[in-house]
Design a binder for this molecule. Sequence first.
Ligand SMILES: Cc1cc2nc3c(=O)[nH]c(=O)nc-3n(C[C@H](O)[C@H](O)[C@H](O)COP(=O)(O)OP(=O)(O)OC[C@H]3O[C@@H](n4cnc5c(N)ncnc54)[C@H](O)[C@@H]3O)c2cc1C
Length: 417
Amino acid sequence: MHDDLPTIAIIGAGPIGLEATLYARYLGYPVTLFEKGDTAAHVREWEHVPMFSPFGMNSSSLGISAIQAQNPSHVMPEADQTHTGKEWIDQYLEPLAKSDLVRPCLRAKNRVLAVGRDTAHQRPTDSREDAPFRILVSDETETQRIEHADIVIDTSGSWGHPNPMGMGNIYAVGESPDLKEQLPDKTKLQRGIPDLAKLEISKGARFAIIGSGFSAATNVLQLKTLQEHSPDIRGVWLTRGRGAATGPLAVLENDALPQRDALARAANAVANDSSWLEWKPEVEVTEIQCLEECFQLTLSNDEQIEVEYLIGNTGSTGDFEMLSGLQIHRCYVSGGPMAWAASMADASSDCLQQTSPGPEAIKTTEPNCFIIGSKAYGNDPRFLFATGLQQIRDVFKVIAERDTLDLYATLKPNLST
Ligand SMILES: Cc1cc2nc3c(=O)[nH]c(=O)nc-3n(C[C@H](O)[C@H](O)[C@H](O)COP(=O)(O)OP(=O)(O)OC[C@H]3O[C@@H](n4cnc5c(N)ncnc54)[C@H](O)[C@@H]3O)c2cc1C
């Protein structure tokens, strides 16, 4: 460690926070990695889900080297092997967190509540810029303290901050941010991709799935598996658009990710051909009423439906309230940092085709504060881990002021293909 290097605070030990920590440590920067829960806490919430991209795209040369240096007998998946979120954690993310370079930096169960500057200056002046970041942290015992850093890299993700389920991107009548807290049985309202096999589902249960992305598609297929064992289960799939000619999800021609292609096709087939699930395109939810045993949903076409289980897959946007002490220009469409959002505006709708827009796009209007990983995308679901690695490379080009710095190119992975 070099005493003259700036200190770095990284917020969130998800896949990108871990990789960013490792990259910084290879370069000798002093790092503190704050994590509100356990390592990869968000991935743990969808760990039962198979990932689209193979291990070679879900790992870095640096990460593999660090794990192999720590434990030469560690068995890594093959580069072309696909895996679930749990396998990602067990075989890569957790060993990475335990590696000699990352472990000393990690402060698990330390939630960052807010970030500001250690200054009274509100105007963007040199003296404001020179003041260290002031970080309010809460530990396991909910004791709060202030930490400081010269550089902040926010990798806190977007998972965990779901978008409202109602029409017009706002809450439906009766849907409040704490609706779930009010329910006697909290399993009845789900966001994200719960492991439906673990729920105790009553006979004849009715489900509504809201949303038209890959999370909704995954839930539809989970429900199909449940329905094969309990034929009296019924479902309704609500999408605000009409989707593609093939069904709710667009199928990419010659999709390079076969798992993604198979998911889209299988979910579309359920939507088009099932007697137990009804796909209702071009409707939104205007009101949610909690009746004694079920939810009553009022739809934008004035129809009312009753379901016992409600699954919201309307996407998520990160926690930007945490950064309210900073001066971050955000995009009014995605909600993410402006420069990154602008650079993505014309990017392909297929996340696999995205290329790095370069270091300028990684800067925010708050000097020395970077927002990377899935949080940089705001409510745009196109983030891929591989793009996150490009963001890390670009952040350190800016921090180190070296245009050619690229540790990923210098260190090659020792993986078989
Ligand atoms: C079901 C699913 C499947 C996916 N499949 C693929 C795939 O096949 N290939 C691919 O490339 N990408 C895939 N992704 C997208 C992406 O790679 C993952 O979402 C990835 O986990 C994003 O990493 P991240 O580090 O940006 O954020 P996250 O994984 O969300 O990590 C953020 C971390 O920050 C912590 N945190 C949050 N707030 C705070 C706070 N205030 N203080 C301290 N810590 C905090 C969280 O606990 C978490 O550990 C998938 C996503 C999902 C949901």
